[in-house]
Write a protein that binds this ligand. Sequence first.
Ligand SMILES: [Zn+2]
Length: 134
Amino acid sequence: MGWKLSGRLPAAGYERESPIRTGLAGKCPRCGRGSLFAGFLDIAEDCNVCRLDLSQQNSGDAGPFFLVMIIGVVIVGLALVVEMNFSPPVWLHMVVWMPSSLILSLALLRPAKGIMIALQYRHRVQFESDNDQL
Ligand SMILES: [Zn+2]
């Protein structure tokens, strides 16, 4: 099964919005002004400004996956640097790094989901079945 990415031209009457900027701000990927979210992580049915249908948008686990990878590398790296330089007791590592991981994950979950939705809007993924070539 093959797939390809194609850039989407901006819809008529709209500027091309940055997926990073709109995703971080939790704004609509088309107009950049309406809200993308209807709750902490719930995607709105549609944009409250341009009426872009958002009901079918689903970023799956991509946002949390990238967060786990990035936060894991940062937290483990910091813990290793602190251990090598100060050798604090294990309980201090637990008290510092476990809440830090949790807080960072919760703080970045919504922006990560917003970026993934905005990237999905910008780059439509089209699946091509291998059966087409048979
Ligand atoms: Zn919009």
